[in-house]
Design a protein around this ligand. Structure first.
Ligand SMILES: Cc1cc2nc3c(=O)[nH]c(=O)nc-3n(C[C@H](O)[C@H](O)[C@H](O)COP(=O)(O)OP(=O)(O)OC[C@H]3O[C@@H](n4cnc5c(N)ncnc54)[C@H](O)[C@@H]3O)c2cc1C
Length: 291
């Protein structure tokens, strides 16, 4: 299928891109890897009059260390590049673990970290990773630069707190507490499909008890969400299977995922509990608290 007609722009600098977005605002769309946007254009679900292709902007690439132990990824970093980055593996292991679940290699060769975050699909891996790690999104417009915490960035289905004239330029991921164990688990009908549900976790252990815990879930609401009650229920508890089981039940309490042809709400809720238990178990093991 052919896309609707649009005017094409290929700025070579961030400032040029921001000037175009300032001029055209809600008439324009940013084109990154095109793995979500091009199908939307072809299906006529998006009809921007102006397309701002950011692929020629060198300053939007690159992965570099920040704040001692964290990592920053330029928005145009390809998902596949991040997947193979030793710095990502060392400093954002939960991102490294989640990336291979995204589609297939050919999609990750083109798809970008910033594109996935900006697209804000509630069933996508990277928003859940951003939420569990407490990532910060650096967003620029011709007016100003803003740094938006993940909890404030994702607003709803395919909706973020970015304005039409803003460009996501960088994603900053802090490494989290010393000794933390991280894990990502998802359930999909086939490898490469969008997940039915997924869970990203972080656990620290102090004297055989849970110190800190973070749980972010995808595919269960209109955006990636923290399971705050389950997190709180873990803190101070002995590190054992009963604790993890109990937290997995708390995590799915009150969830109201969608029903569709891929699975009912009840099935998704059940899977969310299973994925939470698996992810917590792996995170605990990696934090040194073998089950
Ligand atoms: C067959 C198939 C299977 C897939 N499976 C999965 C999957 O399992 N999990 C998953 O998460 N994704 C999946 N994807 C989508 C893939 O991860 C995309 O790469 C990603 O969602 C969008 O990244 P992109 O760089 O291609 O962005 P694009 O498609 O170019 O853009 C997506 C949206 O983000 C906006 N945007 C992009 N970059 C910026 C920026 N820097 N600043 C502001 N706005 C920006 C665009 O304007 C557009 O609205 C799949 C895609 C396909 C085709």
């Amino acid at each position: 299928m052919k896309t609707p007609a649009f005017e094409y722009h290929a700025p070579r600098t961030i400032d040029e891109a921001l000037a175009l977005l300032a001029d055209y605002a809600d008439d324009a769309k940013v084109l990154a890897g095109g793995q979500s946007l091009v199908p939307l254009l072809a299906m006529r679900l998006a009809r921007p009059a102006q397309l701002v292709d950011i692929n020629e902007i060198d300053d939007l690439g690159g992965i570099h260390p920040i704040n001692g132990t964290g990592v920053a990824l330029g928005a145009l970093t390809r998902e596949r590049t991040a997947e193979h980055s030793p710095l990502v593996a060392e400093r954002a292991p939960v991102l490294a673990e989640a990336l291979p679940y995204i589609g297939h290699v050919s999609i990750r060769n083109r798809g970008t970290i910033g594109g996935s975050i900006a697209h804000a699909d509630a069933s996508a891996e990277l928003p859940a990773v951003a939420v569990v790690t407490g990532a910060e999104m650096v967003v620029r417009s011709a007016r100003a630069e803003r740094v938006i915490p993940a909890d404030d960035f994702f607003v709803g289905h395919f909706t973020t707190s970015m304005a039409d004239d803003e460009l996501l330029t960088e994603i900053r991921i802090p490494s989290g507490p010393d000794g933390a164990g991280w894990a990502f688990q998802e359930v999909a009908r086939r490898h490469g499909d969008f997940a039915l549900v997924g869970v990203a976790t972080m656990v620290t252990i102090t004297d055989g008890h849970v110190g800190e815990a973070r749980i972010a879930m995808m595919g269960v609401a209109d955006r990636a969400v923290r399971a705050s009650e389950a997190e709180a229920s873990l803190v101070g508890q002995p590190v054992d299977a009963a604790t993890i089981d109990a937290a997995s039940h708390v995590a799915i309490r009150g969830l109201e995922p969608a029903s569709d042809i891929h699975g009912s709400a009840e099935f998704r809720r059940h899977l969310a509990g299973v994925a939470t238990r698996r992810a917590l178990t792996a995170a605990v093991e990696r934090a040194g608290g073998a089950q």
